[in-house]
Design a protein around this ligand. Structure first.
Ligand code: GLV
Ligand code: MN
Ligand code: MN
Ligand code: MN
Length: 416
């Protein structure tokens, strides 16, 4: 007989319960009492607790867990080596995030290992369950930080200097988490041995839910080009009661114009532009701000489309800033070109799963970063709310079970 999961063998019909049980174990970790949802950010207390929980779950299953130089966790079934098949996702969240974005891919991978053990499957190639660090960029501002460092998409010096809102640098946070910040950086040793990477993820829209076929699982085709820009507007901090309009240089005025310009720029395009974070300094009700930081998230089908969109918004920001007598500084904080997932692998997996649909997405993923180096695929699990990056994000247990069954078949196929 094969090794069993520590919680006993599991068959596909039980997978939904297994997923629910694993998610329930971490349901109280990093809840955000004030804003709702989860606050689990790279190397913070909740994240460290989740990483310890994952390590324990993996070790219970007989997997050997390693932390790579960038803080990504690798749980190995079999000796790490060439031709390995990797799966996994992330455990951190956006501010106010849901329970599924990230954790579903991790717990589904653990449940898929249980399914394969129960089937007495013996992998001919090593299998790794990976947890990537700081996927959402919720703390240090750059999404997919662990995978970007590993592939070299961000340099170690740039990464070490990133700071969280409290001024703690990534180097300091990494050191506090037991990593050596001098070792951050491109990790060819970790990636060159991979045959492929498959990330399972809750769908972040309602494309699957709206399909007449009523299938719970899809494969991914592509990701929009996307990036983050920070616009800092500077004016003159002043008194809300005594400063006449003619005397004001209020950076909130061009900041607000920029929010509206971002919406206007979307008319008639397939693009997205969002201001999800706007911070006035010093932030007093009776104080005209001295500066306002606006973070712009922009996405479009191609790099030229994205540049055009951002140029248009930035032009509006500059014009509004000048009109108010303010100054504006624009910095690109991260960028990633559009991703087309490996077509051969995608078709192979869609066929293996009985011809499931193939869908594009506007969401970024570590799989999108890894795709530059390793044949990569994604499985999406239906989300009946269509909501993501919010507490209402959801997947039904039966659909999660279908996701685990699909992932188990994929791993069995690829690791045979
Ligand atoms: C990640 O979830 C992103 O698309 O921002
Ligand atoms: Mn996300
Ligand atoms: Mn995610
Ligand atoms: Mn006063």
């Amino acid at each position: 007989g094969g090794l069993e999961g520590a919680q006993g063998p599991v068959q596909p019909p039980e997978c939904g319960e297994r997923v629910s049980m694993l998610l329930a174990e971490i349901a109280d970790v990093g809840t955000d009492r004030f804003r709702g949802g989860y606050a689990r950010h790279g190397f913070d207390r909740a994240d460290l607790q989740l990483r310890a929980w994952f390590t324990e779950q993996a070790e219970r299953r007989g997997l050997a867990v390693y932390t790579d130089r960038n803080g990504n966790l690798w749980a190995w079934w079999g000796e790490p080596g060439p031709g390995a098949v990797a799966t996994g996702s992330h455990l951190d969240s956006v501010p106010g995030g849901g329970a599924f974005d990230g954790p579903l891919g991790v717990v589904s991978a653990l449940a898929a290992v249980d399914v394969l053990r129960a089937r007495d499957f013996v992998p001919a190639r090593p299998i790794a369950v990976v947890v990537f660090a700081e996927e959402e960029g919720g703390r240090f501002g750059v999404p997919c930080l662990g995978s970007r460092l590993a592939t070299g998409a961000i340099g170690p010096d740039t990464a070490r200097g990133l700071r969280d809102p409290d001024g703690v640098s990534l180097a300091e946070a990494a050191r506090a988490a037991g990593l050596n910040p001098a070792h951050l950086g491109r990790d060819d040793a970790a990636l060159s041995g991979l045959r492929c990477f498959v990330e399972l993820h809750v769908e972040q829209g309602r494309q699957l839910d709206l399909l007449p076929e009523r299938t719970p699982v899809a494969v991914a085709t592509s990701i929009l080009a996307h990036g983050r820009w920070r616009l800092t507007f500077r004016g003159q901090g002043n008194h809300a009661g005594t400063t006449a309009v003619a005397d004001r240089r209020d950076p909130m005025i061009p900041a607000s114009s920029t929010v509206l310009a971002a919406r206007r720029a979307l008319a008639g395009t397939d693009a997205r532009a969002t201001v999800g974070r706007l911070v006035p300094t010093p932030g007093g009700t009776n104080v005209i701000p001295s500066s306002v930081d606006v973070w712009l998230d922009a996405r479009a089908p191609s790099t030229p489309d994205t540049r055009k969109l951002v140029d248009e918004i930035v032009a509006a920001a500059r014009e509004a800033s000048a009109a108010e007598g303010c100054a504006v500084e624009v910095r690109e904080e991260s960028y990633g070109d559009a991703v087309t997932f490996d077509a051969a692998l995608r078709d192979e997996l869609a066929g293996l799963l009985g011809g499931v649909p193939a869908l594009p997405t506007g969401a970024g993923h570590d799989a999108g970063i890894l795709a530059a180096r390793v044949p990569t695929a994604m499985l999406f699990v239906r989300n009946p709310t269509g909501v993501s990056h919010a507490p209402e994000e959801h997947a039904e247990p039966d659909d999660c079970a279908a996701g685990v069954a699909a992932l188990a078949s994929v791993l069995e196929h690829l690791a045979s």
